[in-house]
Design a protein around this ligand. Structure first.
Ligand code: LMR
Length: 329
C-alpha cells in the first residue's frame, strides 16, 4: 500500500474484540463497474475475504459489481457523500477531477509490468495519492488490470492512419481524448456499462480496453477486429471515504491496510494471468480477427503520440514527466 505505514499484520487469533470494544458490525460498501470475473472484481473479493478473516468477521465488505449500485459517472459523488465507503475507478476517470492523474494514461508510458509497479509504488503514485485536496476521499493504493487493446467494427487496425475518422468510446480523460485526437479519430466519453449497447447500435465504431473487460462484457460480439497494441495501462486508484476512515480505530485501520496490501499483491500477480486467459479464449472466437502490432507498426504509433506528451507536460509538470522518462529508459 502506498503512502501508509503498516503496523503489524494481524492474524485472526490476534484480533482482540474486548480490547477494541468492537461489538458492532462494520460494513464497507464497495462499488465498482466491472464483472466479478476480472482483475478488479477478483481483487475486491480477495480484499473482502482478508478483511473479514483479519477481523473475525467484525468488518464485512459488501461488493456491488457491474455498476449495480453506482456507475462511472456517479461513484465519486457517492464516496464523497458517504453513500459508499470504497470505490476503485480507473485512473483515467480520476484524471477528470485531478488532471495530474492523467500521467498514468499516457500512451506507451510504462512498457513493462515492472514499470507500471514502479509508477504506482514510487514517486508518481505517492504524489498522486497525496493530490486529492478538498475532498472527503482518501487515496489508499493502486490496483492492477492490464494493457489496453484497440477494438473496432470497421477494419483491421495496424497503423495510426487506420483509425482516421473512426469514432471511439473513451473513458472521461483529457489524455485519452488527446491520444485519439492526434490520430484523427473522434471520441465520445461513455460509461463502461453503456459501451456494449453503443457498440451494438453502431453509435461508436470502436473502443480501447483490457482483454478481461472486452471478454467479460462481450464487446467482441460487435467488435470483430482486435488489435493487440498494449498502448496504455488500465489500472485503478483505490479510495475510501475519509470521515469513515477516521472513525475507525487504529486497530481496524491497520487490519484494513494489511488486507489491502495482501489483496493488492495478489491482484498484481493474477491480473496478468486473467488477461492472458481471456486472450486465449478470445482467440477461439471465429468471429474475431486479432492483429498483433509489429515492432515497426508500434514505432509509428509512438511517433504519432509524441505530441500528447508535449501537450500534457504543462498539466502534469516537469518533475513527474521526468519520472516517466526515467522509468521508460
Ligand atoms: C472502462 O470504463 O473501460 C474501465 O475503466 C472499466 C474498469 O473499471 O475496468
Amino acid at each position: 500500500v502506498i503512502g501508509i505505514d503498516f503496523e503489524t499484520i494481524r492474524g485472526t487469533d490476534d484480533y482482540d474484540d474486548e480490547q477494541e470494544g468492537l461489538r458492532e458490525q462494520i460494513i464497507i460498501r464497495f462499488s465498482h463497474v466491472v464483472a466479478t470475473d476480472t482483475p478488479k472484481g477478483q481483487t475486491a473479493r480477495k480484499f473482502a475475504q482478508l478483511v473479514e478473516a483479519k477481523t473475525n468477521g467484525r468488518i464485512k465488505v459488501h461488493i456491488y459489481a457491474n455498476g449495480s449500485l453506482y456507475n462511472d459517472t456517479n461513484e465519486w459523488e457517492a464516496i464523497q457523500n458517504g453513500n459508499v465507503e470504497m470505490i476503485a475507478p480507473a485512473t483515467a476517470k480520476v484524471s477528470e477531477l485531478f488532471p495530474k492523474w492523467g500521467i498514468l494514461d499516457l500512451p506507451y508510458a510504462f512498457p513493462t509490468h515492472e514499470a507500471v509497479t514502479e509508477a504506482y509504488e514510487g514517486k508518481i503514485g505517492k504524489t498522486l495519492l497525496a493530490n486529492l485536496h478538498n475532498t472527503n476521499v482518501k487515496g489508499l493504493t493502486f490496483w492492477y488490470n492490464g494493457y489496453k487493446q484497440l477494438t473496432n467494427q470497421v477494419h483491421v487496425i495496424k497503423l495510426p492512419d487506420d483509425v482516421n475518422r473512426l469514432h471511439f468510446r473513451i473513458m472521461p480523460s483529457p489524455v485519452i481524448k488527446e491520444q485519439f485526437n492526434q490520430v484523427h479519430a473522434s471520441t465520445s466519453s461513455l460509461p463502461f456499462n453503456k459501451t456494449y449497447q453503443n457498440l451494438e447500435v453502431h453509435f461508436i465504431d470502436g473502443q480501447e480496453n483490457t482483454i478481461s473487460n472486452i471478454y467479460s462484457k462481450k464487446f467482441y460480439e460487435h467488435q470483430p477486429f482486435v488489435t493487440m497494441s498494449n498502448h496504455g495501462y488500465l489500472g485503478y486508484g483505490v479510495f475510501i471515504n475519509k470521515p469513515f476512515w477516521e472513525s475507525l480505530s487504529e486497530y481496524n485501520q491497520s487490519a484494513i491496510q494489511a488486507a489491502l496490501s495482501e489483496a493488492t499483491d495478489w491482484g498484481k500477480r493474477h491480473a496478468i494471468e486473467m488477461n492472458d486467459h481471456y486472450t486465449r479464449e478470445l482467440r477461439k472466437k471465429d468471429v474475431v480477427t486479432i492483429h498483433f502490432l509489429t515492432t515497426r507498426e508500434r514505432e509509428q504509433w509512438k511517433n504519432a503520440w509524441k505530441a500528447v506528451y508535449d501537450q500534457m507536460t504543462t498539466i502534469i509538470g516537469n518533475e513527474l514527466m521526468d519520472e516517466v522518462h526515467r522509468i521508460q529508459n
